[in-house]
Design a protein around this ligand. Structure first.
Ligand code: HEC
Length: 100
């Protein structure tokens, strides 16, 4: 059962949140997960990232810090990974989506 008051609260936040909240598994650019695994498990486990939950701005800050730590990504790769993390480990999925 959908809780209508929670749901309309999300819609007020804007179209993107509402769209994401309406989908069980947010649509991803094909290969996003593979790219994330390739770029983000060089220095630590996947779960270092996937055990966390952040807004897009927070993920962007963390990814910037990872670049400072030595992570290598071009702008397109950064955008793809940022969208992936925000969709699956962001505010639209308070319980996360344990996909692995
Ligand atoms: C070059 C090595 C390296 C790569 C590649 C790397 N990280 Fe990290 N990561 C670290 C180090 C070192 C830490 C611990 C220090 C820190 O938090 O900055 C860390 C910590 C983290 C944390 C925990 C931060 C916290 O405050 O709890 C997250 C989340 C994270 N990384 C996500 C990512 C993501 C997402 C990617 C891919 C875009 C990535 N990492 C790629 C080195 C790396």
């Amino acid at each position: 059962m959908l809780n209508i008051s929670t749901y309309s609260g999300l819609i007020v936040l804007g179209g993107l949140s509402a769209t994401l909240a309406a989908q069980e598994v947010p649509k991803q650019t094909p290969g996003s997960r593979e790219l994330f695994v390739a770029k983000c498990t060089i220095c630590h486990q996947e779960a270092t990232a996937t055990s966390q939950q952040h807004s897009e701005a927070e993920w962007a800050g963390i990814m910037q810090r990872m670049v400072e730590n030595g992570a290598k990504m071009n702008d397109a790769e950064k955008t793809t990974i940022l969208k992936y993390l925000t969709a699956l480990y962001g505010p639209a999925n308070p319980d996360g989506l344990a996909t692995s």
